[in-house]
Design a protein. Structure first.
Length: 324
């Protein structure tokens, strides 16, 4: 996947452009995943402190309201029974936790999917800085945000060191300012537009293990404007680019070959293993699956073995161990 270019807006229009990693901002929108993560986030925000009293916890009710027989009325044993006013509650809510277990990889994937959807809809922007100078100014911050057009709500992602921006936006009701390390899927979904400051974007991308490459707008526009005068002159450039791409492909293959672990002659890497290599190995979990395993069909093998002994010799563990 190729990186995605986005403009960085300054005080006087577009200042420069930067490349966003496609693994963060170029993902396909996964609505079921986003829904699951958002519901889990909302559930985790519930306090769960609701509590009702049963008939054994309410005060009073020690005396029988009237005698058992002879009154013509139904027998009653306590004034704090559930059918009496002020009595206990039957099956009422009790304190509990609503938290749902959500793996970190799912949370990260949902956030990347939501950001990719905002970028694809042209609702994600990058601003060089909101406020310049030594004093906070709400009017200057809103003027800087005017480059994103009309909006009802906006999520502004800030670096924790941008003190002037925090002070300038704290009283704007339709703008939600959030620290970059607190960015989450729910806030991206509920706000119409998402705005990163340059410092916050650098920190967010760096936390994911990437680096941004910034280039001036003039160089981008001039590169698009330049066209070869003749086809004969363009041919060497195409040949050079093809040679460079081939070199980069060879380098990537060499790197992947170095990173791949060789588990010996009883193992095989590839999508179509030879006959006899029917045991699947997963390098992330270091588990191997035999054809009798429950998860054999849905497991994507990264390495194949011809026997369980070979898999265990390579350091893998039987996925069904302890479940048989």
């Amino acid at each position: 996947m190729t990186d995605i270019s986005i403009n960085i807006h300054g005080a006087e229009g577009v200042k420069s452009a930067t490349k966003l990693p496609a693994s963060l901002f170029g993902q396909a929108v996964n609505l079921p995943l986003i829904h699951q993560v958002v519901v889990a986030q909302q559930a985790a925000a519930r306090q769960g402190t609701h509590s009702t009293k049963t008939r054994g916890e309410v005060r009073g009710g020690g005396i029988k309201p009237w005698r058992q027989k002879g009154t013509g009325r139904a027998r009653q044993g306590s004034r704090r029974a559930p059918q009496w006013a002020g009595g206990g509650t039957v099956f009422g809510p009790q304190p509990r936790s609503y938290a749902q277990r959500t793996p970190k990889k799912m949370i990260a994937a949902a956030l990347a999917s939501a950001l990719s959807e905002r970028l694809a809809d042209q609702q994600l922007f990058v601003i060089d800085a909101l406020v310049f100078g030594d004093l906070p100014s709400t009017s200057k911050a809103l003027k800087a945000l005017s480059v994103i057009g009309e909006y009802k709500t906006a999520l502004v992602v800030l670096d924790r060191d941008e003190d002037l921006a925090w002070l300038s936006l704290r009283n704007v009701p339709y703008i939600h300012a959030i620290a970059v390390d607190q960015l989450n899927t729910y806030d991206v979904v509920v706000n119409q537009k998402v705005v990163f400051t340059k410092a916050a974007l650098d920190q967010f991308v760096a936390r994911q293990g990437f680096d941004l490459t910034e280039e001036s707008v003039e160089s981008v526009s001039s590169a698009k404007a330049e066209k070869p005068a003749k086809t004969a002159k363009a041919a060497p450039a195409k040949a050079a680019s093809a040679k460079a791409s081939a070199t980069s492909t060879e380098a990537a293959q060499a790197t992947s070959a170095v990173e791949s672990v060789d588990y010996g002659p009883d193992s095989y890497r590839g999508s179509k293993p030879p006959a006899g290599f029917d045991i699947k190995g997963n390098e992330d979990s270091m588990l191997y699956h035999t054809p009798e395993s429950t998860w054999y069909k849905q497991t994507i093998a990264e390495v194949w073995f011809n026997s369980a002994e070979a898999a265990e010799a390579a350091g893998f563990t039987d996925a069904m161990k302890g479940k048989k």
